[in-house]
Design a protein around this ligand. Structure first.
Ligand code: PBG
Length: 326
């Protein structure tokens, strides 16, 4: 009998050895925590399809963000739920709107936390589409101006980064030029570059009450069957001045993430979206999966595939987990 010359198991024998040869590390610095802010006071409304996620009024958001920061999470991404929705999504670019209010409060009360703002119209339009309508389609070029106005309103409120998630063509350059013209040339843009038309956004649309009232988003978000197209989307956003590009969702699109990471030399973000979170939570609640184990495995997988940062609703849970050892 001959012995195996190579024994892969030698370096797997104990935790110290495994940690020594681990190829991927996660830290709190990798996380961006998405949060929902709504009008009112002292509110903290649970989102039923996203256990552990709430909609906060500005006052409770501030208190929660102090905890987020104290856990070592460097950044939050804000999504606004306006008082009123209308066809033009006015709440998105109202300088006194819910997101500018939240940004001002956070920048004042929570130093040491980056405040990033999602830029899109779908939470603010009564029809739920990501731009303004021309009959039954979203008008690309007319939407650009409004997105840029929204980005500018958040910049003026003092945010640290803007993140357009609408998937209109030319939004990054439009936002860049508007910001530059107004003296915000140093404000970075994280673009949702390869953003797929995904059924995994379902729970988010409950949270933001932003489901399209007719049709779907297939005429602007990407077809899940495509990866070459995603590379082109990323290339365009980089040409237009994006500082960070994002792939979204994360787990079902790890191949896209890896290709973007390999091809480009700027930071790449991945968004583990509401449906990815909801399915793991639901299975864990039923006792079918081990919550902490699948949470960490999913985050390591996203990091291993190439993400430099991860937007995840698990940020707080994962930060606690990392602080506690494993
Ligand atoms: C806004 C936006 C969406 C998400 C992030 N920004 C919803 C959508 O495109 O329908 C989804 C995030 C998630 O599911 O967690 N356009």
């Amino acid at each position: 009998m001959t012995f195996p010359l190579v024994r892969m198991r030698r370096l797997r024998r104990n935790q110290l050895l495994r940690d020594m040869v681990a190829e991927t590390a996660l830290t709190c610095n990798d996380f961006i925590y998405p949060m929902f802010v709504c009008p009112g006071q002292k509110l903290r409304q649970p989102v039923p399809s996203m256990p552990g996620v709430d909609r906060f009024s500005v006052d409770t958001l501030v208190e929660e963000c102090k905890k987020v920061r104290d856990l070592g999470i460097p950044a939050v991404m804000l999504f606004g739920i306006p008082e009123k929705k209308d066809p033009l999504g006015r709440g998105a670019y109202d300088e006194k709107g819910i997101v500018p209010q939240a940004v001002r409060a956070l920048k004042k009360a929570v130093p040491g936390l980056l405040v990033m703002c999602d830029v899109c119209l779908c939470e603010y339009t009564d029809h739920g589409h990501c731009g303004i309508l021309d009959k039954k389609t979203v008008h690309n070029d007319a939407t650009l101006e409004l997105l840029a106005k929204a980005a500018l309103a958040y910049a003026k409120a003092g945010c640290d980064m803007v993140a357009p998630s609408d998937m209109m063509d030319g939004r990054v350059i439009e936002i860049r030029e508007t910001l530059d013209n107004e003296g915000f040339e140093d404000l970075p843009i994280m673009s949702y570059a390869a953003k797929y038309c995904s059924a995994f956004y379902g729970p988010f649309r409950d949270a933001a009450d932003s489901s399209p009232q007719f049709g779907d988003r297939r005429s602007y978000q990407m077809d899940p069957r495509n990866v070459i197209e995603g590379m082109r989307e990323v290339a365009l956003d980089i040409e237009e001045g994006a500082d960070i590009v994002m792939v979204k969702p994360a787990m079902p699109y790890l191949d896209v993430l890896t290709r973007v990471r390999e091809e480009y030399d700027l930071p790449v973000a991945a968004y583990q979206v509401s449906g990815e979170y909801a399915m793991l939570k639901a299975a864990a609640e039923k006792g079918w999966l081990d919550h902490d184990a699948v949470m960490m495995e999913s985050l390591y997988a996203i990091k291993r595939a190439g993400a430099d940062m991860i937007l995840t609703y698990f940020a707080k849970d994962a930060a606690k987990q990392l602080a506690g050892g494993k």
